[in-house]
Structures are given as C-alpha cells and as structure tokens.
Ligand binder design. Structure first.
Ligand code: SF4
Length: 362
C-alpha cells in the first residue's frame, strides 16, 4: 500500500501531540514538563483555539509557542439529520479535505463513529468510501477533533435531552468505523486514541472505544499491546474465496491468518472480539456461508454483527430481504455463534455503514 503524504504544515500542530509528546515539546522550549499538561488541558478540556486563551501560562511561553507551533483548525461544514435521530457531520479540515463523522443516539448510549483517513486505499467492493481511493491519512488532532465537533453539535440538543453545558460529555462510545482503515494510518490512530483516552483530556475508558479493521495483522497486534481498546474485525464471508472476492486486502492478509492473529489478541475477562459481516444478497447470505463462518470462529471469544448491506449508487450488490437476514442470523445462532443484527441507522442521509463518501475541496 502506498503511504499518503501528510498535508503541508508550517509549524507543529499541537493537537497532533498526545500529552507525553506535548510535555517533550515544551521541555525543548526550556520549560518544565507540567506546562505541557497545561497546554494539553487547554486544548482538549477547555477547547482553546489560541495561545492567548491559556491564561495560566507565562506570556513568554505563550509567545514561544506561537512562534514554534499552532493549534490546527477544522470546521463543521454541514450537518445532515436523519429521521431516526442519527446525524452526519461533514467536517472540513485545514487543507480543504472533507471527512464525515456520524452521531448515533440509541437510548442512553450516544455513539460517535469517526473517520481516520480521507478516503481509503483498500477498495472493499461493498463500500462507498472504497470507491474514493486514498487522498491522505488524517493527523491525530484531526481524528480527535471529530469528538470536539460532535460535542459542539450536541450542546443544547433536544435529541440528547441535555442543556448547553461546556462540561457535558454526551458521547458515551466511540467507534473508529467511519472513512478509512484506522490501522493503515497506525501512527495517527494510536496518537488520537491516546488523546481520547487521556484522563487529562476527554478521559474515555479504552473499553468504550472500538477500533475496526480489515485485519492488518502486525498493526492489529501492536494496537493490542499498546492500548486495551476493543477490536472489531471485518470478515464479511465464511470462506476465504468469497472474502477475497469482496476484500482485495485478503490477498495480503488471508482470512485464516487474520483469525489466527485474533486468537492472539489480548482480551480482558468477559471481553470479546466483534466480527463485522455485511450481508449481501446471494453472495454471502446462504446456510453454507453461516456454517463455514461458524466453523472458522470455533473456540474464539467473539460475537458477530450482521449488517444488512446499505445500498449506494453504483454498488454492485443488493440488500437481502428481512427474512433472509433473520434466517442467516438464526442459523449462526443455532450453530453456537453469538449473533446480533445491527439496525441500520441514518440510511436516509447516507450515514449508514459503508455509505460514507465525500468529495474533497482544496
Ligand atoms: S470497508 Fe473500511 S477498509 Fe474497506 S474500503 Fe471501506 S473504509 Fe476502506
């Protein structure tokens, strides 16, 4: 896979630095490390967008920070609201690139689905993002900023039933299942996860954060060693040939090797790996597919999320009818696989799984 270049920057964007890196940064400016903690809190806890706002920092340090760094900017360009309460946020990044994040309210839970790349290189055949190709990786600050944007959007919001309150933290869960393959952008993803889970920032428990991957094995195992976040692996088939026909990455990381790596992935007690399975009419929705999948998953601590395909323009697949979805999931359950059918959300605003795709402006 060709690596995409980062966007040109004149100075370091402090939003890209996890707290440890920020402590090193201020040390290099001749300041004690705790000043880095203060800057981190200003950016992520108080939403500061300029050094002038950091009133507990000495003026001299503020000046030196302004000379050697910046606090990157991004903005919400558009919000689409679904009849089911789902919201799709279109965000414009500094270089004009556009990405999407999706807010999914579900009872007490409010899940934010975030993107990790502008486009995606992996070209899974059922995915709209895959048709865009990869423009570039998102930087850590851009990935984490999606949560700030979501908070802005949710303040004083009737759907969440909350009043405007800068300290409110209405998003309960974060899933990296938006545009891009998070582990193809490993460094940006890991730094963003460190920011999101830092107690001096948002303080999300790693167990409330799920990273979805097609199964880039080395990065998957490295992530498991680095942070106890949850893992969701895209399988989408019960046998290697079908998977390979849907996901070109299977040539490099074949299904059986991905599943072997899943068996090595560190899991806490009661935790499980989630396997994502997009159900495509006549392609992977038969009894035999369910049987093959059950055999492959034998002995793995896991559950399967069945996602009936969300159609989008140009997609060469069809959504199975409800009866076929029920039959497939019942079959899996009868074979001892814990199975959930994911309710499709935000389909009317093209915010459902596999539907995210935007054009970049530069
Ligand atoms: S499903 Fe994920 S990895 Fe595959 S093309 Fe879409 S965004 Fe990329």
């Amino acid at each position: 896979m060709a690596e995409a270049a980062a966007p040109p920057t004149q100075t370091t964007d402090l939003r890209d630095l996890p707290r440890e890196a920020l402590r090193d940064f201020v040390r290099e400016l001749g300041e004690p490390a705790y000043r880095g903690d203060q800057v981190f809190r200003w950016i992520w806890r108080h939403g500061a967008s300029s050094f002038d706002e950091m009133t507990n920092l000495p003026h001299g340090l503020r000046d030196r920070l302004a000379e050697s760094s910046r606090i990157g900017a991004a903005r919400i360009a558009q919000v689409d609201r679904s009849v089911d309460g789902t919201r799709k946020l279109l965000l414009q990044l500094e270089d004009g690139a556009r990405i999407e994040a999706v807010l999914i309210p579900d009872g007490e839970r409010l899940t934010l689905c975030i993107s990790s790349q502008v486009g995606c290189a992996l070209a899974c055949r059922f995915c709209a993002t895959g048709t865009m190709g990869l423009t570039r990786h998102m930087r850590a600050g851009e990935i984490a900023y999606q949560l700030v944007a979501a908070q802005q959007e949710m303040l004083d919001d009737e759907v969440a039933g909350r009043r405007a309150d800068p300290a409110a933290r209405p998003v309960t869960n974060i899933v990296m299942m938006g545009m891009g393959e998070p582990l193809h952008n490993y460094d940006g993803t890991l730094a963003a996860l460190q920011i999101l889970t830092d107690e001096q920032g948002f303080g999300y428990a790693p167990a409330r954060v799920t990273v979805s991957t097609v199964g880039l094995i080395p990065q998957m195992l490295a992530l498991g060693r680095a942070l106890p976040v949850r893992l969701a692996v895209s399988l989408h088939a019960g046998d290697a040939d079908t998977r390979r026909s849907l996901m070109p990455i299977d040539k490099r990381y074949p299904m059986d090797e991905v599943l072997a790596a899943c068996r090595e992935f560190p899991l806490k007690t009661r935790e499980r790996i989630t396997f994502e399975y997009t159900l495509l009419r006549g392609v992977n929705d038969g009894d035999e597919d369910a049987r093959n999948l059950a055999v492959k998953l034998e002995g793995l601590r896991c559950k399967v999320n069945v996602l009936p395909f969300n159609e989008h323009p140009g997609a060469p697949f069809e959504r199975p009818d409800d009866e076929a979805v029920t039959q497939f999931s019942e079959r899996l359950r009868s074979l001892g696989v814990e199975t959930f059918v994911r309710t499709t959300r935000g389909r009317d605003i093209a915010a459902a799984c596999g539907q995210l795709a935007v054009k970049s402006e530069s």
